[in-house]
Design a protein around this ligand. Structure first.
Ligand code: WTA
Length: 654
């Protein structure tokens, strides 16, 4: 990863303000247990039973019946809080409706300027009514419900309603295409789909129900559909399958019993990209996940009763699941939710929102920060951001330049930046600063207490404090650890547990410097990270070769100023097709239709051939080296070296 390494150099160390340190939740926890330093905290928390028991208490977990054992580890499967009866909805909602009935859970703003505030009390009634509607439509414990909704309060309501009755939600990002939705429904065998008529994006209208209907043409597991009326579009409703949300919910009682689950029962499936064309259905369970997301949010972002928390992610991704829905609700926090483009109608939309609602803790992605950097400082400077006290970043390595801009222009050199490294699979932060740790721009600092991460060389030797790049691994189970891949235990074992036995392989490269600070270098496997979104190279390749003109494709990433990585496709045409600019646009649109707009290639090259091994496997690594000028490395298995020369010529000519 030479290009990334060049970015990751900034020698200065930044210290959090003393007042913030002294008042922080983590400092209070340390004082309570007589812990004097960060090092001692990390050391003491190696006692997993002690640490995670304490964490469960600190975030106020209420069991229906107490756990008999904290963790049971039979690689590669883990169980947390074994023997306990539990449901995450009790802590996220039922309890809150009593404790904080009139406190605002969500401040919501739509792109068109509409504003809604929902209290915990209201959220409780809405969830209960929808949960009863789900039951009426035949949903039972263990069933899967697909959710295809934009950023509306009804999205957390739908997720909580499923969890309340013990069903699993499988959210599909509303920017994904009908095809992507169809595949996820079919894989999870969801019985019911919750969607909306449409929504606004950048002033235009997205016809979501129409897309959902396309997906349903070939998704036979779906028996019922609930449609939320968001903007009043006329949409076809299929009798005895489709129900309007407001109609079916209006006749439901406002109380619904919360299903008593086993602590390790599954809570949801969320699909994420891997090395093959087929996304993986990552499974998370109730109790471990609850403790993990709430504890990390409480101690990393220091959330307190009066904070106004804004995580700008979409709930369709893990960041939204963990830190817009479950984490903040378990802590009884107030969250901002915005449904729209960040720079619409003007590039100061986000900063306007921060000012308007007095956001105190703000969590976003490097790609957004780089976009705002490019748009000019004046859009940020126009607004009073003095309510902010902590900032955060996630999704990809943050380059020191973006870090410093964020620190200076948004945080006014007052707010420490929590650069949190984690994944869909980990459920919550793994490597992260705390508000008490000195920061080095570009470093995610160290593992959260109670988590043992390391960097290994190829033979499984630790490279800790050696400042050498290697495989980022996690050596002990953690509460939010994935419980498997839906209906694919072989892939689960192979992807994460085969390389180093009993050790979780993250798929990322990293190095640990002399001070023990982690520097994430990017993905080692064939997964792209575009604008903070994970997309498999092979997913895009399969989409390309499904176009009639294309016989073969290789998709690689290339550094991009704003998005982190740009998608570059090399395609071989079938006989009878001619290269043209029109065909390029057609291919881009085609990929957009197959996967979603985020997966459309930024550049497309028509090439006569692609480098292959003797067994016919396309050698993406060589294509990438040609594109980015990296090292070619070992070519002993390359069957057609001339293909590389031709690729070089095509790149040069363009
Ligand atoms: C990358 C998103 C560097 C990483 C929460 C990981 C990061 C992948 C960071 C997971 C960070 C996430 N610094 N890289 N702070 N956070 N990543 O599953 O490559 O959508 O493996 O989860 O994003 O993406 P996912």
């Amino acid at each position: 990863m030479p290009e990334l390494e060049a970015l990751l150099r900034e020698e200065r160390v930044f210290y959090p303000p003393e007042e913030l340190v002294n008042r922080s939740n983590i400092k209070q926890f340390m004082d309570k247990h007589g812990i004097k330093s960060y090092e001692e905290l990390l050391d003491r928390s190696k006692d997993l039973n002690w640490f995670w028991t304490e964490m469960a208490k600190e975030v106020g977990i209420e069991w229906f019946s107490e756990p008999k054992e904290i963790v049971s580890w039979e690689p590669p499967y883990v169980k947390w809080f074994v023997g306990a009866k539990y449901n995450i909805v009790h802590d996220a909602l039922d309890k809150q409706a009593k404790l904080r009935r009139n406190k605002v859970a969500y401040i919501w703003e739509g792109e068109e300027g509409l504003e809604r505030k929902i209290t915990y009390g209201e959220l409780y009634w809405e969830v209960n009514r929808l949960a009863n509607a789900l039951k009426e439509l035949g949903i039972r414990k263990g069933d899967r419900v697909a959710i295809y909704l934009p950023m509306l309060p009804e999205l957390p309501i739908a997720m909580l309603a499923c969890a309340k009755i013990g069903a699993m939600h499988a959210d599909v990002f509303s920017g994904f295409s009908p095809m992507a939705l169809r595949d996820r429904i079919n894989d999870s065998e969801a019985k019911l789909l919750i969607t909306a008529d449409g929504f606004y994006r950048r002033g235009g209208i997205i016809h979501l129900k129409e897309d959902a209907d396309k997906a349903l043409e070939d998704a036979s597991s779906i028996e019922k559909v609930i449609v939320l009326e968001r903007i009043g579009l006329k949409v076809p409703m299929r009798e005895d399958r489709d129900h309007w949300w407001h109609e079916i919910v209006s006749k439901q009682p406002r109380e619904c019993e919360t299903e008593v689950m086993d602590a390790n029962d599954p809570l949801f499936i969320l699909y994420t990209s891997g090395t093959t064309g087929k996304p993986k259905g990552i499974i998370h369970a109730h109790a471990g996940y609850a403790v993990g997301v709430a504890a990390t949010l409480k101690y990393v972002f220091d959330l307190k009763e009066n904070d106004v928390w804004w995580c700008t992610a979409d709930i369709g991704w893990i960041t939204g699941h963990s830190y817009i829905v479950y984490g903040p609700l378990i802590l009884g926090a107030t969250s901002v939710m915005y449904c729209g483009a960040p720079d619409y109608p003007k590039p100061d939309r986000w900063w306007k929102i921060v000012e308007k609602y007095g956001v105190t803790v703000f969590y976003t992605a490097p790609t957004a920060i780089r976009m705002f950097m490019k748009l000019g400082d004046e859009w940020v400077e126009k607004h009073d951001l003095s309510s902010l006290r902590l900032l955060g970043s996630v999704g990809e390595p943050i380059n020191p330049e973006a870090w410093l801009w964020f620190y200076k222009h948004v945080g006014k050199e007052r707010c420490p930046i929590m650069d949190t490294w984690w994944q869909t699979e980990t459920g919550h932060f793994i490597v992260t600063p705390l508000p008490i740790t000195p920061l080095k721009p570009g470093s995610a600092v160290k593992p959260f207490p109670g988590i043992e991460a390391d960097v290994f060389d190829d033979d499984g030797n630790s490279l800790a404090r050696k400042n050498a790049g290697g495989y980022l691994v996690i050596k002990k189970p953690w509460p939010g650890m994935l419980r498997g891949i839906w209906r694919n235990p072989e892939r689960y074992a192979k992807t994460y547990w085969e390389k180093f036995e009993g050790i979780y392989l993250t798929g990322d490269a990293a190095r640990i410097d002399e001070d023990g600070y982690f520097w994430i270098q990017g993905r080692l496997d064939d997964v792209l990270n575009v604008a903070g979104h994970r997309i498999g190279n092979s997913e895009i390749e399969s989409a390309l070769v499904s176009h009639p003109a294309i016989s073969e494709a290789a998709v690689v990433g290339k550094p991009h100023e704003v998005k982190g990585e740009a998608i570059v496709a090399f395609v071989v045409l079938k006989k009878g097709y001619k290269a043209s600019e029109d065909l390029k646009s057609e291919l881009r649109e085609h990929v957009g239709k197959e996967i979603g707009k985020i997966a459309r290639p930024d550049e497309i090259y028509f090439v006569p051939d692609l480098p292959k091994t003797r067994s016919g496997k396309i050698m993406r690594r060589l294509v990438k080296a040609k594109l980015t000028g990296g090292k070619i490395g070992d070519t002993s298995t390359l069957m057609n070296p001339e293909s590389l020369i031709l690729i070089e010529q095509v790149i040069e000519r363009s």
